[in-house]
Ligand binder design. Structure first.
Ligand SMILES: Cc1cc2nc3c(=O)[nH]c(=O)nc-3n(C[C@H](O)[C@H](O)[C@H](O)COP(=O)(O)OP(=O)(O)OC[C@H]3O[C@@H](n4cnc5c(N)ncnc54)[C@H](O)[C@@H]3O)c2cc1C
Length: 459
């Protein structure tokens, strides 16, 4: 089956992935006035705009950015706050709104933009499927899992937060083991965890925090163990932002000197968060100007500490986690899994600790993989990326995470050529830009991506 475009002379833009990145790219294309185009968004989820983060059914999963910082439009910073206040007058600029509500916001913007654009001969269609391959001919030929093929003049890859194939350490768990939840977003399996069961969470980032919140909300009584290499949870936001401070962090070509200055400032600041937040506007430029060896140094020595301070959790979420810790129900460890052994429906796990000379053995009923989204091309579970790599349309970023792109998102093929009609946006650009995950950056990327496409099609 092929999408029938024979009587339609308008150029076709295919957006692969309908999370926030893909949907906001579509919204920006729908809002532009000059280019008459047909936009096709391919996303397996029934609703566009949600993606991984905002498709959670759990109302206790809160945004990790205040309402004032979550506008979908760079030129209208108050847009989300206004929308949220109309829905609930108790929301103010400092509220951490639920992620579910934010997904509804993005989806409703898309719906509104579609209605307005129809009058200008710009159309939009969401196809509920997965793209499994793309061939570059004169145009692009897109292959869908449902058997459909589509010809496109330009393609945007908005693949987002991809999950990893099963890691090597699961090899000694039996195939299809009831004990192991590889997909932490599989709510059906999560809900089947009985309140008295003991749970091991592997990973201590925001995915792990989400699972702790869900377990707490479900009235979980059993022991919960969480382990990661450094054993660090994201730091909390304050309830209200602290007063702005005049801070002059010395940003330079050396990661060591830059983060030395960050540390010094953080010690003297009235709130260390001001130092981290004060760098936000300059982070991408600083990162792109660093030498490769300095970027690698950051990833090896600083990134874990940076991430826990930069990607913080809402104070209400932090309270839930603290309660689990102080009551002794939750044990947090720094280290790694030494071995697994399945015995009578449970799993004996040996933990090797980072700061202790002896191992500990725990017995758990369920293990939840919360190692978070992955971006290494050879470990992500994406048939599309495997095929694009085979065709030489994409190559791994030199830092080993995500795909090689220019800073404005042109995908660099195997021959090293940036492709003006194959663009990427979102978390796959993290190695290129460092800050390429959260909505404040994505809304800017989405606008720039749509402008690039219009410039390409209009030439
Ligand atoms: C748990 C969690 C909480 C977060 N909370 C916040 C927050 O509070 N504030 C904030 O600013 N940021 C937050 N983030 C960061 C988040 O990454 C971004 O906000 C944003 O959701 C990323 O959107 P995306 O569209 O790039 O990726 P995703 O949301 O991952 O969406 C990508 C979409 O692409 C689709 N897709 C992938 N491959 C294909 C294919 N081959 N064919 C078709 N479709 C495909 C997927 O189905 C998915 O829906 C959070 C992230 C996570 C994981």
């Amino acid at each position: 089956m092929s999408e029938n475009l024979e009587h339609d002379a308008r150029p076709v833009v295919v957006i692969v992935g309908g999370g926030v990145s893909g949907t906001l790219t579509a919204v920006n294309l729908l809002r532009q006035e000059e280019t008459k185009i047909k936009i096709i968004l391919i996303e397996p989820r029934a609703q566009a705009g949600l993606g991984l983060a905002y498709s959670t059914p759990c109302s206790e999963h809160l945004l990790n950015v205040r309402a004032s910082g979550m506008s979908a439009f760079a030129d209208d910073p108050g847009h989300f706050l206004k929308f949220a206040k109309e829905a609930d007058a108790t929301i103010d600029e400092n509220t951490f709104v639920s992620r579910k509500f934010f997904g509804h916001y993005i989806n409703s913007i898309l719906e509104k933009s579609c209605i307005q654009a129809a009058r200008r001969n710009v159309s939009f269609k969401h196809i509920c499927s997965e793209v499994i391959d793309i061939e570059r001919q004169e145009e692009y030929k897109i292959f869908l899992a449902n058997g459909q093929t589509i010809q496109a003049n330009a393609v945007v890859l908005a693949l987002g937060n991809l999950s990893a194939k099963k890691p090597r350490w699961t090899a000694n768990l039996s195939e299809g083991s009831e004990n192991y939840l590889h997909d932490p977003w599989d709510n059906k399996r999560l809900q089947k965890i009985a309140p008295e069961q003991n749970v091991l969470i592997i990973g201590t980032g925001l995915t792990a925090i989400d699972k702790l919140v869900q377990l707490a909300e479900a009235g979980h009584k059993g022991k919960i163990y969480a382990i990661s290499r450094h054993g660090l949870f994201p730091r909390p936001h304050t309830i209200k932002p602290s007063a702005a401070e005049k801070l002059s962090t010395h940003i330079c070509a050396s990661t060591k000197l830059t983060f030395g200055s960050v540390k010094t400032n953080a010690r003297s600041a009235s709130d260390w968060r001001n130092v981290i937040d004060g760098l936000r506007a300059d982070t991408q430029k600083w990162w792109c100007g660093l030498e490769h060896k300095e970027q690698k140094r950051f990833l090896r020595h600083i990134q874990t500490y940076w991430d826990v301070h930069r990607h913080r959790m809402a104070p209400q979420i932090s309270e839930i986690v603290e309660k689990l810790k102080t009551t002794g129900q939750l044990t947090l460890s720094a280290g790694r899994i030494q071995s697994f052994e399945e015995i009578d429906g449970q799993v004996k796990v040996v933990l090797r600790h980072r700061h202790q000379s002896h191992d500990t053995t725990i017995v758990v009923d369920r293990i939840i993989n919360c190692t978070g989204p992955q971006s290494k091309l050879d470990t992500v579970d994406s048939l599309l990326l495997q095929n694009l790599q085979k065709r030489g349309l994409v190559q791994s970023h030199p830092l080993g995470a995500g795909i090689a792109c220019t800073s404005d998102g042109a995908v660099i093929d195997k021959l090293g050529t940036p492709q003006q009609s194959l663009l990427a946006i979102g978390p796959m650009l993290k190695a290129q830009l460092l800050e390429s995950v959260a909505v404040p950056e994505l809304k800017i990327q989405a606008r720039a991506t749509s402008q690039r496409i219009c410039a390409f099609l209009g030439k």
